[in-house]
Ligand binder design. Structure first.
Ligand code: DX5
Ligand code: ZN
Length: 229
């Protein structure tokens, strides 16, 4: 089953707990936390105190996506907040091996994200083997609600090819996650190419329909639609 990771960046920040509760009965769902520092990307989102609160009430695994220039600081700061997967950006460090090992000490799963312009070929096999998840960015990171970049599909295909070729190697079982501009149509194409974890923000928490909370779209229906063939 494809895991769906609703991005809380598009949730209603004034009602976060009730926003999370809506997904209580879902299976294979992670909550995606976009952590930005205003340096690696121009935008800022929520910081450590809010993530701590989310960790106390969330009923699904937390998936933290660090869009920051100093990932090591966050690896240390977030380690007690019940985060399942911690993803850093390839472009944020020269020390991939050492950062991955530090994350592994405190988190069950470690991910590495690639900006749209970063090639999959830059990650050697010995680093791929250390990762639980590779995140292919299908928008330039920093903001929700952007348009999907189609060549992300080629990168997913390439990563999937490597995974299939080395399927006898137990260490080559990484999750292929994609993030940015995903709606039902993109979800279908991505899963066909081998993606097995999809982040979706504005599509799931679509508030365009009304300014009235009770009139929002059915978030669970949106999640289910991303899995529909
Ligand atoms: C963008 C973030 C995404 C974003 C996705 O920098 O990493 O997680 O919230 O939002 P949508 O689905 O609206 O593109
Ligand atoms: Zn993200």
């Amino acid at each position: 089953m494809i895991t769906i990771s609703p991005s809380l960046l598009s949730a209603d920040f004034l009602n976060l707990e009730s926003e999370l509760k809506v997904f209580d009965n879902q299976k294979a769902l992670w909550f995606h936390l976009d952590i930005m520092d205003g340096h690696f990307v121009p935008n800022m989102t929520f910081g450590i105190p809010i993530i701590k609160q989310i960790g106390k009430v969330a009923k699904h695994p937390l998936d933290a996506h660090l869009m920051v220039t100093n990932p090591l600081f966050y690896v240390e700061s977030l380690k007690d907040f019940n985060i399942h997967n911690l993803t850093f950006h390839f472009e944020a460090t020269k020390h991939h091996d050492s950062l991955i090992n530090k994350i592994k000490k405190h988190y069950p799963s470690v991910g590495m994200a690639l900006n749209p312009g970063t090639s999959v070929d830059l990650i050697p096999d010995y680093i791929l083997e250390m990762l639980d998840l590779i995140l292919i960015m299908s928008v330039n990171p920093g903001f929700g609600g952007q348009k999907f970049i189609p060549y992300a599909l080629l990168k997913v295909e390439e990563l999937n090819r490597k995974r299939v070729q080395r399927q006898s190697n137990d260490k080559f079982k990484y999750v292929i996650q994609v993030d940015g501009g995903i709606n039902q149509e993109e979800a279908h194409l991505l899963t066909q190419k081998g993606a097995n974890n999809l982040v979706a923000g504005s599509y799931v928490f679509d508030k365009k329909t009304s300014a009235n909370y009770s009139d929002y779209v059915d978030y669970n229906e949106r999640v289910d639609s991303l899995r529909r063939k």
